[in-house]
Design a protein around this ligand. Structure first.
Ligand SMILES: [Zn+2]
Length: 318
């Protein structure tokens, strides 16, 4: 009954958001790597800035459109302003302190008795752009059935709408990663703005479910030296791009994983689409039956050489 209620609320949210999105001025994209023409349709409130791949804005449940990120011409000035901030961050013990804190918190996310066999193959499934309970709960139901864990890279501005889902992620040992507060293209921001996007997301996640994300995935995978210097956490990319946001086809998403999966892969999917949820329901049992342990990114990193703040990780191959 509770789940039905959550579904209903989720559907209402989508309907509201869709109704409020202007039809033409802000074509949408939820897209991690989209071209301009792919960004023409409205999708669940993500709206394209026409500023390049991975740039999106969120329309909240009340139809409010969040602030525009900086434009290209502002970006140039920001770059110059950056260098001193970059040094500040690189140079202190503060970053190390944060690393200790976050790794402690990652351990707290894993339930007692969690056993991973380092000699057996493992894969990290990652779901971006949530939280979104209608799909996220479906994925977690299936993971619970097969004893798997996943990593959810959430957008901070969405978190307060899905606190219950966030708390379930923590309770069931999944990892919550940082996908910025407003899904901004971080390469368009200066150091202070990057830190703000990441810290705001960390703050709302911590307020919602008591853990602070230890990992960052930049929207669109967009990164440069300024992003890495200001991420203050390992930057997690992916080795299998399912293109689920584009195909919206569960069979194609399943095939993208099963046709190329190998030990140590990080799989990129998105939490916003029912087809991605349907694909996960097939991928989870098939990977498990093929002998893969479904682990969080931090679990895999810990067994495969670790991950350091500012480092970029596409996979953790043995
Ligand atoms: Zn994203």
């Amino acid at each position: 009954m509770k789940k039905l209620l959550q579904w209903g609320l989720g559907l209402m949210t989508v309907a509201l958001v869709t109704a409020f999105v202007p039809a033409t001025p802000f074509p949408s994209m939820a897209d991690e790597t989209a071209s301009g023409q792919e960004a023409q349709e409205v999708r669940n409130g993500w709206i394209d800035e026409n500023l390049g791949p991975g740039v999106a804005r969120w329309v909240d449940e009340n139809g409010n459109i969040s602030e525009q990120p900086g434009k290209h011409e502002d970006g140039a000035g920001d770059e110059a302003q950056n260098s001193s901030e970059v040094q500040d961050v690189n140079d202190g013990t503060e970053a190390e302190g944060q690393q200790e804190t976050t790794s402690q918190e990652s351990q707290e996310q894993a339930p007692a008795g969690r056993q991973i066999d380092p000699s057996r193959p493992m894969v990290a499934l990652t779901f971006d752009d949530g939280p979104f309970a209608p799909v996220g709960n479906q994925i977690m139901d299936c993971l619970a059935q097969y004893g798997g864990k996943a990593t959810f890279f959430v957008v901070g501005s969405r978190v307060s709408s899905y606190k219950t889902e966030m708390q379930r992620m923590v309770a069931e040992g999944h990892e919550i990663g940082n996908h910025t507060h407003e899904h901004k293209n971080l390469t368009k921001l200066n150091g202070a703005q990057i830190q703000s996007q990441i810290n705001l997301c960390n703050d709302v996640v911590q307020a919602a479910c008591g853990v602070r994300p230890a990992l960052v995935r930049p929207p669109g995978g967009a990164k440069n030296s300024t992003v890495l210097a200001n991420a203050q956490a390992p930057v997690i990319m992916w080795s299998i791009d399912t293109r689920d946001w584009k195909t919206r086809n569960a069979a194609k998403t399943v095939n993208a994983v099963m046709s190329q999966v190998r030990d140590g892969d990080i799989v990129l999917m998105h939490e916003l689409y029912s087809q991605s949820g349907a694909a996960a329901l097939e991928i989870i049992p098939r990977l498990t039956e093929a002998g893969y342990q479904l682990v969080t990114v931090s679990e895999m990193a810990a067994l495969r050489g670790g991950a350091a703040p500012g480092g970029v990780y596409f996979h953790f191959y043995p």
